[in-house]
Design a protein around this ligand. Structure first.
Ligand code: ATP
Length: 204
C-alpha cells in the first residue's frame, strides 16, 4: 500500500482544509517547533483507526477537534481523509477498492457523536478499517511511522513487544484479530451445543 494524499479539516491545529501529497519514498516532516509536525503524523494514525486518546496526546478523543484560538472559534468536527494505492494483488478485505485501485478512507468525529468511518464512500466499522491496514502491514501502530522517541522504544522493547512489531511489519497482525474472532465464535457454538445436549437429555 502506498499513501498518496492526506486531507485534514478541523483536526488539531489544521483548522482550515489542508491537503498534502505524499510522494514515493521516505517522507520527512520539517518545520519550526509547534508548527504541527506531530499533529500530521497523528492525523495519519487517527484515520487508520487509532483508538487511544492518550497516544493522540489528548484526554478524550474529541480533543483532536480544533479547540479554537484567541481569534478563531472552536470547530464542531474534525475530518481526516487518506487516499492510498493498493499494491498489485492486494485487496481491501470485503470492502473493495475503486476501479483505479485507490482506497479512500475517511474518519470524522463530531462533538458528542463519536467517530464514523467511510471507505470509498461506504459507511464501515472501525474494525473493518483496522483490518484493511493490518493486512497491508501498516496501520495506527505501524513501524513505518517513526515518531519522536520511537527508536528508543524499539531498542528498549521486551522480546514479546518486539515480536508484535515484527508481526505488524510482516502483515500478519490481521490474522491474529481474525483468529480471536473465530475462537470467540467457536466458544459460543460449544456453549450452545452443551446447552442443546442438556435440553435433549431433559426431554428423554
Ligand atoms: P515540536 O517540534 O515542538 O514537537 P510540532 O511541530 O510537532 O512541535 P505539534 O505538537 O504537532 O507541533 O503541534 C502543536 C500545536 O498544535 C500547538 O500549537 C497546539 O496548541 C496545537 N494544537 C494541538 N491540539 C489542538 C487542538 N485541538 N486545537 C487547536 N490547536 C491544537
Amino acid at each position: 500500500m502506498r499513501f498518496r494524499r492526506l486531507k485534514l479539516a478541523g483536526f488539531k491545529s489544521f483548522v482550515d482544509p489542508t491537503e498534502l501529497r505524499i510522494e514515493p519514498g521516505l517522507t520527512g516532516i520539517v518545520g519550526p517547533n509547534g508548527c504541527g509536525k506531530s499533529n500530521l503524523l497523528e492525523a495519519l494514525r487517527w484515520v487508520m483507526g487509532e483508538s487511544s486518546a492518550k497516544s493522540m496526546r489528548g484526554g478524550g478523543m474529541e480533543d483532536v477537534i480544533f479547540a479554537g484560538t484567541a481569534t478563531r472559534p472552536a470547530r464542531g468536527f474534525a475530518e481526516v481523509q487518506l487516499a492510498a494505492e493498493l499494491d498489485g494483488d492486494a485487496v481491501a478485505g470485503p470492502i473493495g477498492v475503486s476501479e483505479d485501485g485507490e482506497l479512500e478512507v475517511v474518519r470524522r468525529i463530531e462533538r458528542g457523536a463519536g467517530s464514523a468511518y467511510r471507505v470509498n464512500g461506504r459507511d464501515v466499522r472501525a474494525k473493518d478499517v483496522a483490518l484493511i491496514f493490518a493486512d497491508a502491514a501498516t496501520g495506527a501502530h505501524s513501524p513505518a511511522l517513526v515518531s519522536q522517541g520511537r527508536i528508543g522504544a524499539v531498542i528498549a522493547a521486551k522480546p514479546a513487544e518486539r515480536r508484535a512489531m515484527l508481526e505488524e511489519a510482516a502483515g500478519i497482525a490481521g490474522l491474529h484479530v481474525r483468529r480471536r474472532d473465530a475462537e470467540q465464535k467457536l466458544r459460543a457454538t460449544e456453549a450452545n451445543l452443551t446447552r442443546l445436549g442438556e435440553l435433549i437429555a431433559d426431554m428423554e
